[in-house]
Ligand binder design. Structure first.
Ligand SMILES: [Zn+2]
Length: 96
C-alpha cells in the first residue's frame, strides 16, 4: 500500500480573486487523484469549489506557461470563441 496524495499538483492561478475573501493570487487549481473535475482552492481562507468539466471543452490555455516570445495573439479556441461572441449581438448592416 502506498499512500497517495503527494502526486496532486497545485498550481496558482495568476490574477484569480477568491470569491470569499477577495484576496488575489491566493487561488490554486488542482485535480484530485481519481477525479476528472479540477478544484479551485483559496490558500488564504480555505475556500474551495469544484469546477465543472465538460467533455468537449479544452483546458483553458491561460493556465499553461507562455512558450516563446510571441504573446501578442492569444491562441486556442477559447479566445477565438470569446471574440466571436462579442460580435454576435450586433445587428446585421444589411439593407435591402
Ligand atoms: Zn479566500
Amino acid at each position: 500500500m502506498v499512500s497517495w496524495g503527494s502526486k496532486v499538483r497545485k498550481r496558482f492561478i495568476a490574477g484569480a480573486v477568491c470569491p470569499r475573501c477577495g484576496e488575489m493570487d491566493r487561488m490554486v487549481s488542482y485535480t484530485p487523484e481519481g477525479s476528472q473535475a479540477p478544484v479551485r482552492e483559496c490558500v488564504a481562507c480555505g475556500f474551495s469549489e469544484q469546477l465543472k468539466v465538460e467533455v468537449n471543452v479544452a483546458v483553458p490555455t491561460r493556465v499553461e506557461p507562455v512558450v516563446g516570445g510571441k504573446a501578442s495573439e492569444p491562441k486556442g479556441p477559447a479566445a477565438a470563441t470569446e471574440q466571436v461572441i462579442k460580435f454576435m449581438p450586433l445587428p446585421g448592416r444589411k439593407k435591402t
